[in-house]
Design a protein around this ligand. Sequence first.
Ligand SMILES: Nc1ncnc2c1ncn2[C@@H]1O[C@H](COP(=O)(O)OP(=O)(O)OP(=O)(O)O)[C@@H](O)[C@H]1O
Ligand SMILES: [Mg+2]
Length: 509
Amino acid sequence: MLSVRGLTKSFPGARALDGVDFAVGPGEVHALIGENGAGKSTLIKLLTGVYRPDAGEITFRGGPVRFATPLEAQHAGISTIYQEVNLVPLMSVARNLFLGREPRGRLGLIDFGRMHREAAEALAGLGLRVDVRRPLRSLGVGAQQMVALARAVSVDARVVIMDEPTSSLEPREVRTLFGVIRMLKERGIAVVYVSHRLDELYEVCDTVTVLRDGKRVHTGPIADLDRLRLVSLMLGREMSEVRGEGLTKFSGAHEAAGEPVLVATDLTVRHQLRSVSVTVRPGEVVGLGGLLGSGRSETARAIAGALPTDSGRVVVAGAPVRTGSTPAAIRAGISLLPEDRKAEGIVPGLSVRENIALAALPGLSRFGLVDDARIDRVVDTFMKRLRIKASGPHQRVGELSGGNQQKVLLARWLAMRPKVLLLDEPTRGIDVGAKAEVQGLIDELADEGLAVVLISSDMEELIEGSDRVVVLKDGAVVAELTGAEVTGERLLHAIAAQGGPGGEGGPDE
Ligand SMILES: Nc1ncnc2c1ncn2[C@@H]1O[C@H](COP(=O)(O)OP(=O)(O)OP(=O)(O)O)[C@@H](O)[C@H]1O
Ligand SMILES: [Mg+2]
């Protein structure tokens, strides 16, 4: 259906793709994996006309092709969900679904009635019930991803490419997605699937191609490789070395001692949070559990001043913090790694170094003068520890691969040395090797006495990483699990308690 030979693409300072062969046939689900910066997104962008290859050829349905734009690729029958959501946040959900092919009436005007009806139907088919007239950006990241999925499968495609489609999805939505993939497979459509969640691959993929440093290092049936072997191919290291990698790296319980450093009491935000209280002691990692729309991100944002509260108090180290003000929260020592990093963090035009030093600058200055040598040291340390793949500290962040951009943002908040660190999905989109590093870092920071609040859709991460888990549902705390109670079973039980499965699609997280 779609194949490439000898595909090569260089950027200034980086050979992103180097002589890669790749092919996918009808009804085949082909996984494309590799570390952050291995070249996965670049391959996809070459296939779909976002970039032009330096060398190599692309064959689609038996003939050579050279797409000039993604739209051209889409019209030819290649539908893509890009890693960066490429929808229009201010336009309505329905409009985004039909962008470029809106149903029109007699006078050539958009038939809004029909568009809204059909959009609602398409989304309901994926289990998402939202008002399709709302602007897309009012939806949570996960729901936005479902809109992108609906868009990709509603066009008449022969190939559907998905670059990390599950990174912001809840388990329930992942099930829906897998259902969609199976349906595509039955219809003889070719699927290319990029993901860092290796377990998923075994469930839906037939074939796997592993990229490392822009080169193809393996292609074959996925059933022939176990997880450990996959990881060792990705990282290019021996199996004995990577043993256990890809599993969580938390050391277990921390020594939480003394008075709570964070006391958030009765946080209430109309329609979003009801009297939520969270306390964290120095050295403690408190997880927030719950489904999409349960209020986890809102709780973190309310504590960090990013979401104005109607009532409630936040106290850090005994001192009250003005709510609804991010600067006040930062001054008090609260750092938040936000869920939506595109919208709330990365400055693509600035360098890696500037992006990391941005928030820590006051702490890295002396007598109002910026201490360059110290910044260099901090930047260097984090680039090494998190294995940030860049040509150097001065490369623009916008040129980094998706996962490496995430690492830069994480480094920024870690470099601030806050008292309270709120992490909303800290390892999303990050490859297995660096994931273990990040988890190790969280552990270390807790051991140094930092108070950590951890939000993760990765159950294993949440359970292993948290000393205590506060479970939220519909914007309220429904349970709290401590120590030995923090198990998958107890957590699922707490989430499922009090009536059926959580809210419909939860647009509010
Ligand atoms: N526009 C660009 N300018 C400069 N370098 C780029 C550009 N796009 C990609 N690169 C480089 O090409 C390499 C491959 O990036 P790519 O985005 O394909 O990685 P990836 O495998 O998708 O990683 P991730 O898992 O993090 O999404 C990286 O080293 C990246 O820095
Ligand atoms: Mg990518």
